[in-house]
Design a protein around this ligand. Structure first.
Ligand SMILES: N[C@@H](CCC(=O)N[C@@H](CS)C(=O)NCC(=O)O)C(=O)O
Length: 94
């Protein structure tokens, strides 16, 4: 595994929206760093600094300069950037 992969996923334990993103990262064998954020919403300043929102998940991709929240948008981004650009088929819910 690379020491400093370009993708960082800000996530929470047992967060289904985060797991949805993880499934797609794994599907494409993408290396990424997981940063688990504070469960307490008011303490999530790290994620807020990065994405402008305290909601998990958030993804930072240094190889493209993209930072985004919203699992559906992240999944779509990953498919478009690292897959064949086809519509998301991970079966998750927004
Ligand atoms: N629509 C968002 C929902 C994400 C969401 O609700 N995440 C929860 C954790 S599982 C969260 O961060 N809640 C706090 C908040 O919404 O600010 C997505 O699909 O990413």
């Amino acid at each position: 595994m690379a020491d400093n992969p370009p993708i960082t996923l800000y996530r929470l334990q047992a967060c289904p929206f985060c797991e949805r993103v993880v499934r797609v990262l794994d599907e494409y064998d993408l290396e990424y760093r997981s940063r688990f954020v504070e469960p307490l919403h008011s303490r999530r300043n790290v994620i807020r600094r990065e994405s402008g929102s305290r909601t998990a998940p958030a993804l930072v991709d240094e190889s493209t300069g993209v930072t985004m929240s919203e699992s559906a948008n992240i999944v779509e981004y990953l498919h478009a950037t690292y897959g064949d650009g086809a519509a998301a088929t991970d079966g998750g819910v927004a």
